[in-house]
Design a protein around this ligand. Structure first.
Ligand code: ADP
Ligand code: GLC
Length: 470
């Protein structure tokens, strides 16, 4: 068994703001059959402390960034969860990264340096007699961990993997935090964790980890370009030998459609239309479940939507985030009969939408992997996606060739602008009207390999290759 400590800032079913939580929650179970014993370290936010219920203290950390901290052991399904209880950093109302008004916590650098530092200590000293061989870090929140591990003198015993789920979040703070964060001054330069005169937690991870990964092969290539690398493309090009793209999967137990064949969808489609009081139009019912942010290309969707609605298509949208986008979609729904907007976060509704929709839209500007198109494939809800990142790797386009070969599973569009999305929506309406072709695509989609089997084996092989001590 390879022993891996996964260090994450969110994890399903305990705390979630996006896809990272799904992945952190799914990995231990997906990897177990591949000879990997993964345990997860998570901050002790109130929701997590409450959820673990009866807990056992397994470590005391005397002074962790200004206060006393403990590590508790809990369970994550069948797997072990370690919770970093540091009340001065994590015991507060609000989200994992921001206060109830949505403003980032001012002490985020210390909060996640604390998580990183605890991870490094666990890897250096072991915990309960368990000694991780690999430290698997996710995103900037655990970015300092590989550096702390080296500072503890354990970098030659424990290997580290840094996974980029989204390079748009880099964990940047001012250089006057160097001492507060316990960083070595010798690393404050271009070759180290310095980034345009600031400190970058993500860059620290990308410099000091042994291996790097991201969540799809296409995003791995894109990250090495100035367009997508967000200032870190040069570093990633230098480290390209160490960078791999491993596709995310979805958890079969959590994402199984309530029907086994395309015909089973009709009932759920009718229910969705009734729930949102949609008019009885002939075209496809499209759904969209997303954080409403710049990344997701929703401003472009607003411009392209008339092409769908004018042809009898409809849209049910669920999301929250950017206030302006929320207002714009609410206003659009008010003035268009075929559009329903729900602002909020609602897993049960997301499921009903994906079960009832004909197509799922993901018009992202960039998308490291994307999970909703995978749910769509699994549920025979055909994805209409931008040709980027994981969206490029998981959908087979209904091009003339794809259709002739009988293997298409969705529609991809490029470049990312309103005109090309409008074209894609027009093609969608046409395909939807061609019942035999549509049914074939639904079947293909439902048979797509969107689970973890392949990627779990890839991670297991990567860890095995990285192990420094047996
Ligand atoms: P990202 O991590 O960039 O937000 P992903 O597609 O990887 O994008 O993951 C998003 C996850 O969050 C999916 O599981 C999706 O279903 C879920 N999600 C996003 N917004 C909502 C919402 N408003 N209600 C319910 N689930 C949502
Ligand atoms: C990020 C990305 C998303 C990816 C998720 C999980 O939030 O935006 O594309 O699926 O992480 O890896």
């Amino acid at each position: 068994m390879t022993r891996v400590l996964s260090v994450a800032s969110e994890c399903v079913p305990l705390i979630k703001t996006g896809g990272l939580a799904d992945i952190a929650g799914a990995l231990p179970g997906a990897l177990a059959p591949h000879g990997v014993e993964m345990r997860t370290l998570l901050p002790g936010y109130p929701a997590v402390m409450k959820a673990i219920g009866r807990k056992r203290k397994v470590a005391d950390l005397d002074d962790l960034f200004g206060g006393f901290a403990r590590v508790y052991r809990g369970n994550l399904g069948k797997n072990v969860l370690y919770v970093l209880d540091a009340p001065h950093l994590f015991d507060r109302e609000g989200g994992p990264y921001s206060d109830p008004q949505g403003r980032d916590w001012r002490d985020n650098p210390e909060r996640f340096a604390a998580l990183s530092s605890a991870a490094a200590m666990i890897c250096a000293d072991g915990i309960e007699g368990w000694f991780p061989q690999i430290m698997h870090c996710h995103d900037w929140q655990s970015g300092f961990a590989p550096l702390y591990l080296r500072e503890l003198g354990a970098g030659d015993r424990v290997a580290s993997l840094m996974t980029i789920h989204n390079i748009a979040f880099q964990g940047i703070c001012q250089s006057n935090m160097i001492d507060t964060l316990g960083l070595p001054r010798s690393g404050f330069n271009e070759k180290g964790y310095e980034f345009w005169n600031n400190i970058s937690a993500l860059k620290a991870g990308l410099v000091y980890a042994d291996k790097l990964s991201t969540v799809s092969p296409t995003y791995a290539s894109e990250l090495m370009t100035p367009e997508f690398g967000m200032g870190l493309d040069g570093l990633l090009r230098e480290r390209q030998e160490d960078l791999v793209g491993v596709l995310n999967g979805i958890d079969d137990d959590l994402w199984t459609p309530p029907y086994a064949t395309p015909a089973g969808k009709a009932k759920h489609r009718a229910a969705l239309r009734a729930e949102f009081d949609l008019p009885d139009w002939p075209g496809p019912v499209c759904v969209l479940v997303s954080r409403l942010t710049e990344q997701k290309g929703l401003d472009i969707l607003l411009q392209a939507l008339p092409a769908l609605l004018d042809r009898g298509g409809q849209l049910v949208l669920l999301g929250s985030g950017d206030r302006e986008l929320e207002r714009a979609f609410l206003a659009f729904a008010q003035s268009h009969a075929g559009v329903a907007t729900t602002i909020g976060y609602d897993e049960a509704l997301a499921r009903r939408m994906i079960a009832g929709g004909d197509a799922i839209l993901v018009p992202s500007r960039f998308e490291p992997c994307g999970l909703t198109q995978l749910y769509g494939l699994r549920f025979g809800t055909l994805p209409v996606v931008a040709l980027t990142g994981g969206l490029a790797d998981t959908v087979i386009n209904a091009s003339p060739a794809g259709l002739a070969a009988g293997c298409a599973t969705g529609i991809q569009f490029h470049p990312l602008n309103a005109q090309s999305l409008a074209q894609a929506l027009m093609s969608l309406v046409k395909l939807h009207a061609d019942r035999p072709v549509w049914k074939r695509m639904m079947k293909n989609a439902m048979a797509s390999p969107v689970g973890w089997e392949h990627s779990a084996a890839t991670y297991a092989a990567l860890y095995a290759e990285m192990v420094k001590t047996v």
